[in-house]
Design a protein around this ligand. Structure first.
Ligand code: ADP
Length: 636
């Protein structure tokens, strides 16, 4: 193969600029990234050799070696992992394979200072971190397997890289950094040693380095004798195999960064050993910040799965339900067979048992955070609540636990913080029998909805269900603590209070009084509403639209349309406030001359207002605007 020079894909170039200029204050973490890659490559080689014996003679001495060269001012990281062929190297180091990083760059374009370097850091920029310290990087690599050619990749990080055929005996990869000016510190033994200990101690293969030791000479008066020894710098103990007391918070956090590609510390660490019918160790993390790609299904990453300390996959989705997809970590099972295949994972009784156990553990941990540290839980909920909520709909087994974890904004939420159902129920006045909610597309629309008026007056709190997923959740979330959930914009509202009787007498009178007018309005709006009636919900506004018990409300209709679903034109009920002057006015006109054009216009205006208040569009906006203008002139 002749030497070829290629340009980085634009997004890599952008990323390189960010990495070089602003990414990390701790430049030494480049080493963690490269060691992590080397360790992943060995994991893969080891895994492939389980099924393809030709890849190894079985006596492989898996290791990663660091070779600093003070004179040349270079440092090489050499692994005997899976290596890369020409195509893979092009794909892996010339473009950004990771969709999360691509999405991140997209969003960076839109929000330049979305949060500074820390924010940038949550993306696995990995290999490219080398260019913080090096002005030239070479990668000499050979793919494991028969008849593979070695490749040399070279770049100075300024836009181009070259690849050419090369010579390399064994499979694996050798990354060599040519340090920038002022980076000599990174060649020092103490610095390398310290960095490995601090960031990569848990790597499960030996990370070695030749170190010079000076032994005092046996003969007196002679110079000490220098000997070179290859020393292993890391303890290699898989962190999940250690006892909790042996692991420091920093070690947990560093390992989290390794498995998650997140650069912020996790919110919680869950580390436990399950014994009994299913034996496994789990080290799980609840992150403190949501990644950008939380809602991109393609980028959902699973848990790292090991079997008897042998890496199987870094993406075992079967171990977690989708609504806990933000959890990161490792599960090491001693029950699964080593040659477990992806297909087997999908329907395996052991995997199902492990999953049940870790789901229970995660939910009880969340419950602990909620009870012991409400602020932390609010922080967590703001980041991951929308995902966690999906569980209320999909996880029957843990339905009750999840009901205690979900939160919603409400008419009483302070500081814009959502409230728990438990808190809601605990502060319900004794006259209130049901839990009330309203679904809408935003807190603002919900909060100003006319449907809330009578509830506010009675001092009844109303929950706001404003995420699209909430419409699905309420289908399952039908009761809490024996109290039914009831939509304020649906069906009849019956306040079972003491004044009930007096109320119903007044109601009957009003019904009688307005009957003819309501019939008349019904006729005019027959195409759009199924019923016109007097309202018990309204105190200030003149009108609102409600769905009947089984019908679709405006929010659900909007969501279905946004998903390109056919939405049958559902008619709703128009409720009018008998205490409002507008209605009294209309009644007067009606009694004088029911064919007066003003009355017909008023009916359209009233219906239009009801649509606007629920966030829907009026049927004929320009006619509606004209009617409003003429009213304004009339009243001037
Ligand atoms: P990430 O590790 O987050 O995927 P990197 O930029 O660090 O991102 O690496 C990109 C890809 O290059 C890796 O996913 C891997 O496929 C490949 N790679 C990097 N280093 C090595 C290595 N030492 N051996 C084999 N493949 C490697």
């Amino acid at each position: 193969m002749a030497k070829k020079t290629r340009k980085f894909k634009t997004e890599v170039q952008q990323l390189l600029d960010i990495v070089i200029h602003s990414l990390y204050s701790k430049k030494e973490i480049y080493l963690r990234e490269l060691l992590s890659n080397a360790s992943d490559a060995i994991d893969r080689a080891r895994f492939e050799s389980l099924t393809d014996k030709s890849l190894t003679d079985g006596s492989e001495d898996w290791k990663i070696k660091i070779v600093p060269d003070k004179e040349a001012r270079t440092l090489a990281i050499i692994d005997n992992g899976v290596g890369m062929n020409a195509e893979e190297i092009d794909q892996n180091l010339g473009t950004i394979a990771n969709s999360g990083t691509r999405n991140f760059l997209e969003s960076l374009k839109n929000a330049k200072d979305a949060g500074g370097p820390e924010f940038i850091g949550q993306f696995g920029v990995g290999f490219y971190a080398s260019f913080m310290v090096a002005d030239k990087v070479t990668v000499l690599t050979k793919r494991a397997g028969k008849d593979q050619e070695a490749i040399l990749w070279t770049s100075d990080g300024t836009g181009k890289y070259s690849i050419e055929q090369a010579e390399k005996e064994a499979a694996g990869t050798e990354v060599t950094l040519h340090f920038r000016e002022d980076m000599d510190e990174f060649l020092e033994e103490w610095k390398i040693r310290g960095t490995v200990k601090e960031y990569s101690d848990y790597v499960s293969y030996p990370i070695t380095m030749d170190v010079e030791r000076k032994e005092p000479s046996e003969k007196e008066g002679e110079e000490p004798v220098a000997t070179i020894e290859e020393e292993t710098l890391n303890s290699m103990k898989a962190i999940w195999k250690k006892a909790k007391s042996e692991v420091s918070e920093e070690e947990y956090n560093e390992f989290y960064k390794h498995v998650s590609h997140d650069y912020t510390d996790p919110l919680r660490v869950i580390h436990y050993i399950a014994e009994g019918t299913t034996e496994f160790r789990a080290l799980l993390y609840i992150p403190s910040q949501a990644p950008f790609d939380l809602f991109f299904r393609d980028s959902i990453k699973g848990i790292h799965l090991y079997v008897k300390n042998v890496y199987i996959t870094d993406d075992c989705k079967e171990l977690l339900p989708e609504y806990l997809r933000f959890v990161r970590g490792v599960v090491d099972s001693s029950d699964l067979p080593l040659n477990v295949s992806r297909e087997m994972l999908q329907d395996d009784a052991i995997i199902r048992r492990i999953r049940k156990s870790i789901v229970g553990k995660i939910l009880s941990e969340l419950s602990d955070i909620k009870d012991a540290k409400r602020d932390d839980y609010l922080g967590f909920y703001n980041q991951f609540g929308k995902v966690l909520k999906e569980g209320v709909h999909s996880d029957f087994e843990n339905h009750d636990k999840l009901k205690d974890l979900v939160m919603f904004r409400s008419t009483s939420s302070e500081d814009e913080n959502p409230v728990l159902l438990r808190d809601y129920v605990d502060r319900m006045p004794s006259s209130q029998k049901e839990i009330y909610y309203i679904t809408s597309d935003s807190v603002e629309t919900a909060a100003s909805s006319p449907h809330l008026e009578a509830f506010k007056e009675k001092g009844y709190e109303v929950l706001f269900f404003v995420d699209p997923i909430d419409e699905w959740i309420v289908q399952r979330l039908t009761e809490y603590d024996g109290k039914k959930l009831k939509a304020v914009d649906r069906g009849d509202i019956d306040f079972e209070g003491e004044d009930e009787k007096a109320d119903s007498e007044a109601e009957n009178e009003a019904k009688e009084e307005y009957k003819d007018l309501l019939d008349f309005i019904q006729k005019q709006l027959d195409d759009d509403v199924k019923e016109v009636r007097l309202s018990k919900r309204l105190t200030d506004s003149v009108c609102c639209l409600v769905a009947d018990e089984a019908g679709m409300n405006a929010n659900m209709e909007r969501i279905m349309r946004a998903m390109n679903q056919d939405v049958p034109k559902g008619k709703r009920i128009l409720e009018l406030n008998p205490g409002h002057d507008v209605l009294k006015n209309m009644k007067e006109i009606f009694e004088k001359d029911k064919d007066d054009q003003v009355l017909a216009d008023f009916i359209d205006l009233v219906y239009g207002q009801a649509l606007i208040a629920e966030g829907s569009q009026v049927k004929n906006p320009s006619r509606f605007a004209k009617l409003v203008s003429s009213l304004m002139v009339g009243s001037g």
